[in-house]
Design a protein around this ligand. Sequence first.
Ligand code: NAP
Length: 289
Amino acid sequence: MELIDGNKIAADIIAELKTQVAALPGRPPCLALVRVGEDPASVSYVKKKEAASATIGITSRLIYPPVTITQDELFALIDGLNADPGVDGILVQSPLPKHINEVAVFRRIAAHKDVDGFHTMNLGKLAQEDDTGFVACTPAGIMELLQRSGVTLAGQHVVVLGRSLIVGKPAALLAVQRKTWANATVTICHSQTANLPALTRQADILIAAIGKAEFVTADMVKPGAVVIDVGVNRVADPSKKSGYRLTGDVHFPTVSPLCRKITPVPGGVGPMTVAMLMQNTVKARRQNG
Ligand code: NAP
């Protein structure tokens, strides 16, 4: 079994982007990071994005409206960023408060600044295999992890567990693309899938993105499979100072000995999501500039 080191691969990408940014003509790329309220996970995610931006030489514009902001006020804020020629990319950190329609917010961001890749236009471009669009960061990071770990997708059976717009569906759309690095045969599973273990056992590459701690057990995995664990779940653990530990959607102790390769949680897909956001921001600067 080989561990896929997301921290190392993400650090390589960040170093590559730093070199690219230094060589860009004109002003550095600028990323607007909008965080509504003080959700602790969002605070931590935005901090990581800000730190990566600083390392690469991307200017970040930090906007922290209160949790009481109305949808119309948030739209007005986004409209201002859309119209600002000094801003290349806009990220509105999710989850948003319940009174705000998240999909409407994703659509409000100008498609050419949508570095999160959730706008209808960018999801459409992904389906059309139009590389001028922005691909959602987590699925893009998964593909990058696989490529840089020497995992061939072509002709392989990729089983994606989860059909969300931010992970499962775009991951499946990427793996099935008519590209030399893709060309996989793809099955998408979800909560209504019948006989799930029989399908996951067919996977040469299993991508687990369901948000259920340690759901994937050894009996669900084919020996020799590559397993990408996207899940980030908090499990109570009194032995930790924080009172919890982070775990993936895969039961790592029993599944990992079976695998050809597997990502850990943390230190697998998570750092790649940030690296891909940075890559999208540099792309936006090039395309918008
Ligand atoms: P989500 O929107 O809640 O979607 C979960 C998907 O899993 C849904 O399609 C759901 O099916 C399916 N599902 C739930 N229970 C299932 C079951 N028992 N059997 C089969 N399928 C089941 O979650 P998400 O946003 O895609 O995130 C998934 C996980 O990835 C979470 O742990 C999240 O924290 C993590 N994540 C990590 C990163 C990162 O950077 N590392 C980024 C994004 C997300 P239905 O559609 O039928 O409900």
